[in-house]
Structure formats: structure tokens, C-alpha cells
Design a protein around this ligand. Structure first.
Ligand code: CA
Length: 233
């Protein structure tokens, strides 16, 4: 079946959780389960998701607080809030704290699936950044993504590993934007195969060696502490 997206489902009512999971999986989504706010937060820190379906009333940390925390981490993942409470103030608070959409229980399953699909599509479109061609030049440097080669700032040619080329492309395609560590891990290393943060740091150190005249004061490759990395032309 076609891979439609990676969903984090944060819902503590087991019957509801199982029913939603089953239906989403039938639609072709991959679903990661969390039953408490804390589990939800942890999952977001470890993995990249295309959307989060979040109940409000949760053990430990409520869904609105979890959403707020996710936004504080500069994570723009779409959040669809589910709530048993049908009060306007809840909805407003959820949206204020960064949720993208809202459904009140009991809801129509078709409607939920439609909204999920819409949010996932919208997010994918937003992430369709300018595509860079096979060859990209900046300053005195040049990268050939296909050939996995680069010309450094001082004019020497270096061979890039496949992952180096992928990471370079990801950062360059998102220039001036922070690419989160979770996203890098998912895009370059694939789901659930997590190298340590140190690994990404080492890649960035290499990029600085190749492409920065003064690697201690990088112009192009920036680390954003606790969040991710950013390329600036
Ligand atoms: Ca609940």
C-alpha cells in the first residue's frame, strides 16, 4: 500500500485509540501510539511525524500543553485536536496554542480522515521548497549531488558520502530555515534507525571544513542549539 504519512496518535481511551489506529492504518498511514501527554512529547522528540492527532484530556500532561510544547520546540507538525468537551473556549485555546484543526467527540470518522488527509497534504505542499538542481553553487564552492562530489571554498575537490550529499541537499533546499534534528534523521537515515546527535554534528563539522573560509565563524552552516541546523547562502 502507498505510504501516506506517519501519524502520532495521542489518545488515552483504549477503545477509541484502537479504533482510530485501525482505521488510519487501513487508509495507509503508519501510526505511532502514545497514551499520555508525556509519551506524546517523547515521541515527537524522537521521530518525525506528518501529523499529530491529539486528545485534550490526557493523563500527566494535557493535549493543549503538549501542543504548546511542540511549538516551543519550533516544530510545525500539523496538530489536529480531539476533545470530548464542546466548549468554544477549549477550541480557541487549542488553536491559540498552535493546533491547526479541531474535532469534537463524538465525531464522524469520514470527517476525521478527510481532515487528516487535508492537513497532511497541506503540510507536504508547504514543505515542497524550491528544488535545487543536480549542481549547486554558493560562494566559491560547488556541489554536485548526483556525482557526490564538491569543490571546496579553497578549490579542491572532495568526494561526498551518499548521506553527506543527502544532508547537504536537505539543508540547501530549506535554506534560511531551521531543519529539525528529527527531520534530518527521518529524511537522511530513515525511520527508526537513529544515529546519535553527534553523528549529525560530525557531518556539519565536515561541511564547515569544506565550505567555510573560517570554520569557527561559519557563514553557511549553522547549528541551532537543541533544535537543528540551518543553511544560509
Ligand atoms: Ca482522553
Amino acid at each position: 500500500m502507498e505510504e501516506r504519512g506517519n501519524i502520532l496518535l495521542v489518545e488515552d481511551e483504549e477503545n477509541m485509540h484502537e479504533a482510530l489506529k485501525l482505521n488510519l492504518e487501513m487508509e495507509g498511514y503508519t501510526v505511532t501510539s502514545a497514551y499520555t501527554g508525556t509519551e506524546g512529547l517523547k515521541a515527537v522528540q524522537n521521530e518525525y511525524f506528518d501529523i499529530i492527532i491529539m486528545d485534550i484530556m490526557l493523563p500527566e500532561v494535557d493535549g493543549i500543553t503538549v501542543t504548546e510544547n511542540i511549538r516551543l520546540q519550533h516544530n510545525d507538525v500539523p496538530v489536529l485536536i480531539l476533545s470530548a468537551r464542546n466548549t468554544g473556549s477549549d477550541r480557541v485555546l487549542g488553536l491559540k496554542k498552535g493546533a491547526d484543526d479541531y474535532l469534537t467527540k463524538p465525531f464522524n470518522l469520514e470527517e476525521l480522515l478527510l481532515r487528516v488527509e487535508k492537513l497532511v497534504q497541506k503540510n507536504k505542499k508547504l514543505q515542497d521548497k524550491e528544488t535545487v538542481g543536480d549542481i549547486y553553487e554558493f560562494g566559491k564552492s560547488k556541489v554536485d549531488f548526483n556525482a557526490q562530489q564538491a569543490v571546496t571554498w579553497h578549490g579542491s575537490q572532495v568526494e561526498l558520502s551518499k548521506k553527506e550529499a543527502m544532508l547537504l541537499k536537505l539543508l540547501i533546499e530549506n535554506k534560511n530555515k531551521v531543519v529539525t534534528r528529527e527531520k534530518i534523521l527521518q529524511m537522511v537515515w530513515g525511520y527508526n534507525v537513529y544515529p546519535t546527535t553527534r553523528t549529525i554534528d560530525n557531518f556539519i563539522l565536515n561541511f564547515r571544513k569544506y565550505f567555510e573560509e573560517d570554520s569557527r565563524n561559519p557563514k553557511h552552516f549553522h547549528s541551532v542549539r537543541g533544535v537543528g541546523y540551518k543553511y544560509v547562502e
